[in-house]
Design a protein around this ligand. Structure first.
Ligand code: ASP
Length: 355
C-alpha cells in the first residue's frame, strides 16, 4: 500500500515538474554490432517457405528491425562479412578476430555483439575466446528462423545480446553466446538442434546465465568460464595448420585416416565412438599417423561427457592426446592454435586440460 501510494506520488511529481536542464541523460553503453551473416540475416521468398538464403540482409537492416535497441544502448555496426556460417574458414576467423581485437581497444566501445550463423557459432566463438583479449564482453548471437519468418527469433536474440554486451555484469564472462534467453560460455556451448529456436546447449556444464527481455543474470559471477589472457595472440598470424575431423563408426577402416595424412593434415581429431574409441584397423592408422608426426587427438562423437587419457586406449604408448571436455568441433580449433607454436605432445595435452 505504502509503496503504491509513494509510487503514485513520485509519478505525479515527475509529471508536473519538467526535468531540470542540468539533469544527466540516462547512461547508455556503446555497443558495436559486428555482423557476419547467417540466418539472422536470412530471407525467404515468402513466409510459408521452408527454404531460405542465409546472409541476405545487411547490419543496418538488423538494427532497424529492432528500434528498441536505442532504448538500451547507443548502437553502431559494421558488416565484417555476410556469409552463411557453414562457409566460415580459417581466413574468416582470422579476419574477424583481428577486427574484434581492434574494437576491444577502442574507447568508443563498451561491448561487442557478433551476429553469426548458428551452424559454426560454437567454433567461431571458441576461436575468438582463445585469441582475443576480452576486457569488454564479446557476445555472439544469431537466429534459427530467417528474419522474414513468422515468429523470427533474431530480434529477441539481438535485443538480449545488446543488453548483455552493454552490461557490467557479464564482464567476467569473456566471450559468450546469447541465444533463446540463455547466456552460454563460448567454452562450453554446442549447437544441439538442427531447427528449433532452443538450439544451443552447454552440454556438460549448463549455461552461465540467463536474460529476460534485456535483463541479464549471471550465475556465480561466470566463475571459470572466461580465460585470463588469450591462448595465442592473433597479431601476425596469417594462416592456420590443417586439422581434419574424422567420424568413427562400427566397421571403420583406416583409409580415411591414411588419406588425411596424405592430404597434408598436421593434426587429426578423431570423433571416436563412446569414450573416444575406434576399430583396431582405425587404431593402426592413427598409430601410423602419429609416428609420422601428425598430432592425433581422441575425442568423441557422443554429445556429452569427457574423453580422458588412457581409458580403453593406451594414449601414453600410442602417443595420442585426449580431448578432455572438448568435443570434436572445439578440439579442432584448439589443436590448430596449439600447432602454431612448437609443442611436445605433453604440452598439447596440457593445453587440452587447461583451455
Ligand atoms: N546455415 C545457417 C548458418 O549457419 C544456419 C543459421 O544461421 O541458423 O549460417
Amino acid at each position: 500500500m505504502i509503496r503504491l501510494s509513494r509510487g503514485i506520488l513520485l509519478a505525479a511529481t515527475c509529471a508536473l515538474a519538467p526535468a531540470p536542464a542540468w539533469a544527466a541523460a540516462p547512461f547508455k553503453p556503446d555497443v558495436f554490432i559486428a555482423a557476419t551473416g547467417g540466418t539472422i540475416a536470412g530471407a525467404q521468398a515468402n513466409v510459408e517457405q521452408h527454404g531460405y538464403t542465409a546472409g541476405e540482409l545487411g547490419v543496418a537492416s538488423l538494427i532497424a528491425a529492432v528500434p528498441q535497441l536505442t532504448d538500451i544502448a547507443n548502437v553502431t555496426g559494421e558488416q565484417v562479412m555476410n556469409i552463411p556460417s557453414q562457409d566460415m574458414d580459417d581466413a574468416a576467423w582470422l579476419t574477424l578476430a583481428k577486427r574484434l581485437e581492434t574494437l576491444e581497444r577502442s574507447d568508443a566501445v563498451t561491448g561487442i555483439v557478433v551476429t553469426h550463423g548458428t551452424d559454426t557459432m560454437e567454433e567461431t566463438s571458441f576461436f575468438v575466446a582463445l585469441t582475443v583479449d576480452t576486457p569488454k564482453p564479446i557476445v555472439f548471437t544469431g537466429a534459427m528462423r530467417p528474419a522474414t519468418a513468422i515468429g523470427a527469433d533474431g530480434p529477441a536474440n539481438l535485443y538480449d545480446a545488446v543488453a548483455v554486451a552493454g552490461s557490467t555484469l557479464t564482464r567476467a564472462c569473456g566471450t559468450v553466446v546469447v541465444f533463446n534467453d540463455q547466456i552460454h560460455s563460448a567454452r562450453y556451448v554446442y549447437k544441439t538442434d538442427t531447427t528449433r529456436p532452443d538450439a544451443f546447449t552447454s552440454v556438460d556444464r549448463g549455461p552461465v546465465g540467463a536474460v529476460d527481455t534485456g535483463h541479464p543474470v549471471v550465475f556465480d559471477g561466470c566463475a571459470g568460464s572466461a580465460f585470463r589472457q588469450p591462448m595465442v595472440p592473433i597479431a601476425g598470424i596469417s594462416a592456420l595448420p590443417k586439422v581434419d575431423i574424422l567420424y568413427a563408426y562400427a566397421g571403420m577402416g583406416r583409409d580415411l585416416i591414411d588419406h588425411a595424412v596424405l592430404a597434408g593434415a598436421k593434426g587429426i581429431v578423431m570423433a571416436g565412438v563412446g569414450d573416444g574409441n575406434v576399430t583396431e584397423a582405425a587404431l593402426a592408422g592413427l598409430r601410423d599417423a602419429s609416428a609420422k608426426g601428425v598430432v592425433v587427438v581422441r575425442s568423441t562423437r557422443v554429445v556429452a561427457g569427457f574423453t580422458m587419457r588412457n581409458a580403453e586406449v593406451d594414449d601414453d604408448k600410442d602417443r595420442f592426446v585426449a580431448s578432455a571436455e572438448l568435443k570434436p568441433s572445439k578440439a579442432r580449433i584448439l589443436l590448430k592454435l596449439a600447432l602454431l607454436k612448437p609443442s611436445s605432445l605433453a604440452e598439447i595435452q596440457a593445453d587440452f586440460d587447461t583451455w
